[in-house]
Design a protein around this ligand. Structure first.
Ligand SMILES: CC(C)(COP(=O)(O)OP(=O)(O)OC[C@H]1O[C@@H](n2cnc3c(N)ncnc32)[C@H](O)[C@@H]1OP(=O)(O)O)[C@@H](O)C(=O)NCCC(=O)NCCS
Length: 172
């Protein structure tokens, strides 16, 4: 298992090709994909396509979306991570959880440690976060992380709010 980091309650690791059933479980829930401009997945083959064509290629330079497990029982609960968006050369913070795990602070905990990992381990200078205007839980997380609201824009026909945060490390 390629572990990226642990938080008090969570372990984050790279996805592998054997994770299609877990990704299907997550992305087949219409509530989970409601604000992310995706259709719910129906088959394990679709999940495998996402792993092979979207998730695994992101693992260059230690970036990517990482599978998230609760440390107490190693149950899979979703993903969090940093994705390089080549069209804007941005590093995007993202998170997605099984609905039964919402409201327990897991996304905030994972996102906070993901920012620390990006700044302290990967030495990134700027991280972006985006959420649909109506995705209150996600917007709240971006604001709690101390990210700064930059602008509203339309992405894939969706009205989104864009936030950024810079590496605050003192200059040497
Ligand atoms: C967005 C998502 C990851 C949040 O996960 P979560 O574990 O429930 O988030 P947290 O518990 O860490 O924090 C959410 C915060 O939003 C608040 N919140 C959630 N829903 C809310 C609502 N409808 N109105 C107001 N506040 C709300 C929570 O109270 C919490 O704030 P607090 O820490 O001050 O109590 C989860 O809802 C999800 O997976 N959604 C589907 C995928 C998605 O939309 N991902 C983000 C794409 S930008």
């Amino acid at each position: 298992m390629h572990i990226i980091f642990e938080t008090p309650r969570l372990l984050l690791r790279q996805f592998t090709e054997t994770d299609a059933p877990l990704l299907l479980q997550l992305n087949s829930d219409p509530a989970v994909v409601k604000y992310v401009h995706e259709l719910p997945l129906v088959t394990e083959e679709q999940a495998m396509n996402i792993i092979v064509n979207i998730i695994l290629p992101q693992y260059k330079n230690e970036l990517g979306r990482w599978a998230m497990h609760k440390k107490d029982n190693m149950e899979f609960i979703g993903w969090c991570g940093l994705k390089h968006l080549p069209e804007k050369d941005e590093i995007d913070l993202g998170y997605r959880l099984l609905k039964k795990e919402w409201g327990k602070g897991f996304a905030s905990e994972a996102a906070q440690h993901t920012l620390e990992y990006g700044f302290n381990k990967l030495n990134l200078s700027l991280i972006t976060g985006k959420a649909h205007k109506k995705n209150i839980a996600s917007l709240k997380i971006l604001e709690k992380l101390g990210m700064n609201f930059i602008r509203e824009e339309i992405e894939d026909t969706c009205p989104i709010r864009v936030y950024t945060i810079t590496n605050q490390k003192p200059l040497a």
